[in-house]
Ligand binder design. Structure first.
Ligand code: C5P
Length: 398
């Protein structure tokens, strides 16, 4: 996918700059045209001669070429690029990107660039953990920059922790994935539910569950990356969305989640319901904190919550698609098929708690997809980000 693509490789001043030589080599081998822009400090770690020999283009570092007085147009460079990858990105370069301190060619080009920008940070573990760096990373994400997270291991300082620049092969894979992404959901409106619901007992207590929201958030990112207009209705979770095109609606209870979904559904092409919705809620919520009684037991009366999937299933038209999840412990397939029928779903994503890779809080999942018309498609255990791709590919028939 990288063949003929125009890539700007930005290199800033960190020891991981030595890995950028190999990254450049891999990009060239994959057929990309690469323009290297190196910061003045970057040149202390790696020589421009090595980089220009590999890229076949003069390396740009300064605003002007000293002997000819030629000015390098950061605007033209920014427009030329199909993608920009800054690897390694030091804490300083990241900070300058966040605040727009355009005192070198790399940052001026970043600010002029209309293309997708990827950043592969590399720094010592304490610099990476520092609240300032973490704040800056969050800001870059909110600006639409994709962060290729550093790995953990032994660092140049001989300390062990997170901060190693991602390996060049993996960075190339991220870029390759980006270019192979088709906008096959462009024009589609996707509604996704994620996370748990909390059903209040009194002002300080609730009935909830351990759902992290990771699966639903991965689906939301995948759909947005493929061009969909995404609304993510989520219960209380601690994770954030990355793609700025996801419209996130935070709710607490099942009733609130249901009301939002019902209001949104008429204008939805595909609804994917991954939330772990509480089946019951306390019949009443006490306005003040319930005091401990002298008796050894107490009873809370519970009433059934609305079944969001079944409610939307009743509203569904032929042009809409409804996808549910089933987390089962036994009679998995029979239960899942029953849910397809009871809730009028088109697909159900079945995961079994018997699989160690599946379940709440995990980064992986192992699914089987079952359809209304009897298809049964099992998948290997994968990262939830990969599972999200499988789910979308399957429901759109890819
Ligand atoms: O019946 P069960 O809870 O196993 O069904 C799971 C599927 O139904 C999931 O897609 C879940 O998000 C959805 N669901 C719902 N509203 C409920 C309960 C489940 O939308 N009250």
């Amino acid at each position: 996918m990288l063949k003929g693509k125009h890539i700007i490789l930005g290199i800033s001043g960190g020891i991981a700059a030595y890995k950028s030589v190999y990254l450049l080599r891999l990009l060239i081998k994959a057929g990309a045209e690469v323009q290297v822009i190196i910061t003045p400090n970057g040149k202390e770690f790696i020589t421009p001669v090595t980089l220009s020999s590999l890229s076949g283009k003069p390396v740009i570092s300064e605003f002007f070429t000293a002997n000819t007085g030629e000015w390098h147009s950061h605007v033209d460079l920014g427009l030329w690029a199909d993608a920009m990858i800054i690897a390694p990105a030091t804490a300083s370069t990241i900070g300058k990107m966040v605040s727009g301190v355009a005192d070198n060619m790399l940052i001026t080009t970043y600010l002029s660039s209309k293309s997708k920008v990827f950043v592969a940070p590399a720094m010592d573990l304490d610099m990476w953990k520092h609240p300032s760096t973490q704040r800056n990373i969050e800001t870059l994400k909110a600006d639409g920059v994709s962060i290729i997270e550093p790995g953990a291991g032994e660092l140049a300082s001989h300390l062990v922790g997170k901060g190693r620049m991602e390996e060049p092969e993996n960075i190339v894979k991220v870029l390759d994935d980006y270019f192979s992404q088709t906008e096959d959901l462009k024009g589609k409106k996707v509604l996704i539910t994620a996370g748990p619901t909390y059903e209040n007992i009194d002002p300080v207590r609730f009935i909830g569950n351990y759902s992290s929201g990771k699966m639903g958030f991965a689906i939301a990112e995948e759909c947005a990356n493929r061009g969909a207009e995404v609304t993510l209705v989520c219960g209380p979770v601690s994770i954030k969305t990355e793609n700025p095109n996801i419209n996130r609606v935070d709710v607490v209870s099942a009733k609130e989640m249901c009301n939002n979904c019902v209001n949104l559904f008429a204008d939805t092409d595909i609804a994917i319901l991954s939330a772990a919705v509480a089946d019951y809620a306390p019949a009443t919520c006490s306005e003040s904190k319930i005091k401990r009684e002298k008796t050894d037991s107490m009873t809370i009366e519970l009433v059934k919550n609305p079944d969001i999937a079944a409610t939307l299933g009743k509203m569904k038209s032929d042009s809409q698609m409804l996808v549910g999840f089933a987390l089962e412990t036994d009679n998995e397939k029979e239960n899942a098929i029953r849910k397809i029928n009871n809730k009028n779903l088109d697909w159900i994503v079945l995961n079994s708690l018997k699989d160690k890779e599946a379940g709440f809080q995990k980064d992986t999942n192992k699914i089987t997809m079952l359809s209304r018309i009897g298809q049964e498609i099992p998948f290997d255990a994968k990262l939830k980000t990969e599972v999200a791709k499988d789910i979308i590919d399957t429901i759109i028939g890819k």
